[in-house]
Design a protein around this ligand. Sequence first.
Ligand code: SPV
Ligand code: MG
Length: 525
Amino acid sequence: MVTAGAHDAISAKLVEVTGFDAVWVSSFGLSAAQKSMPDANVLTMTESLEAAKNINAAVTIPVIADCDNGYGNALNVMRTAQEFAAAGIAGISIEDATFPKRCSLYGGKHDLVSTEEMAGRLRAAKEATREHPDFLLIARTEALIAGLGLEEALHRADAYAAAGADALLIHSKSKSAEEVLAFTRRWKGGKPLVVVPTMFPNASVEQLHAAGFSIIIFANQALRAAVTAMRNQLSKLRQEGRAEVINGSIAPLPEIYDLVGVPEMQRREESFLPPEKTPTTSAVILAAGFEPELLPLTEKAPKTMLEIKGKTILDRQLHLLRSVQVPDIAVVRGYQSGAVNPPSVTFFENKNYESTGIAASLLASEPHWKERTLVLYGDILFDRAILERLLTAPEADLLLVMDRSWGDRPAETPVPPGTELVLTEEGAEKGVRFLSSEKPLKIRQIGQKIPAAQASGEFIGLARFSHQGLQWLKSAAAAAGPKADLADLLTGVIQAGHPVHALEIYKGWLEVDTVEDYRKAWAKL
Ligand code: SPV
Ligand code: MG
């Protein structure tokens, strides 16, 4: 069995995917990676257990945890063994160092507990894990590390095997494998042997296996590889100040996604989450037309680019749409299209804006139509609440926002050109209701032919169309001719027997059709 040390869950995952048989949860690695501290019993048992659990959850191969000296005497060892076994860890290693220990590889003094005391730790560990007969207990002797010699190592290994250890780890920091190989030649204990070839790195797996080692632990190479890679790439990144310089030398993002199980997460989302209920919604802003009424303001740019208090009408619309989570926005350009260039927007062109109506602009945006499409005239300003109501209003294939404050106008006021009046099935109900209806009202007629005094309200230039609704509009467009405006198409749809609805509002919007409107907009915003 060949294992490699891990210091966290992702390094353990890499140990698994590169083909090792088991993960070694290294105390050296955990102390360094999780706390940036020396490997000297500074991590508590529970901290090590927590790390081992995270690692165990991330891999399917067995996990062997380095439990140092078991964090105390035999009684501490009991709890350690019991907790690790209960957590589903495949095995632990307990060494005969005193508590607190220091890493075997550091220079200086290495104190060991007596053989008898260590045997007691092992018997205690076995007793504590009686209910986990497959739990692997590795007894590690530091006799060679402490300079006590081969005979002492053999004597201790024999005693630990007799105390119930399932395997013996013979640790050495000799520069050559000879020290541990000499042990194997003398070992008659019958139990499997474990080795950590850190200080004698030229010893191969084949050689160590052939000499009688059953488990070979490459304990800290993953940590050291990570440190080298992180140091190199970070210093390059710091120097150059641009991520691109290291992009080719670091794991591509999809590799990380795969390692942490994003594909599995997506499968689970599909299996267990309710399907997305809110339909996908896009928005189309119709801003192709040229209106001479606003000259000279519109000499160089269309109306939608008029600035009101430092922000164009278009920017205000984009901001509002994004604030209600409709980021998928298209703008249909025509007149002075070069002047309409906001970022993160899809553009469509109505090059024949001079000879066509608004219907042609809408049709030009067809590739942008979604399950639901909001359609906005490029010259209107409105409250966010209106947009929110439109988005949450009950299903309707063609839903126009209608302002019923129209009915408040003195009867003799002339109807501004281009006003699209709406007559609902309920009629004008002038002055009857003060609260807008939540329920969309069915529209009987739309357009300038409605006598002003009979109109239920005015279409404000904001609508919500379903895919079906847009198909009806498209069919109506074929019959309506190139100059059709939206009211013409909607009239065609109504005549074809399909429903068109109005969502009532009361004020909260304004339109910029004239220089006078423009002045009012400044005053109101
Ligand atoms: C570890 O990986 O924590 C070990 C092996 O105990 S060594 O660091 O070589 O002592
Ligand atoms: Mg260790």
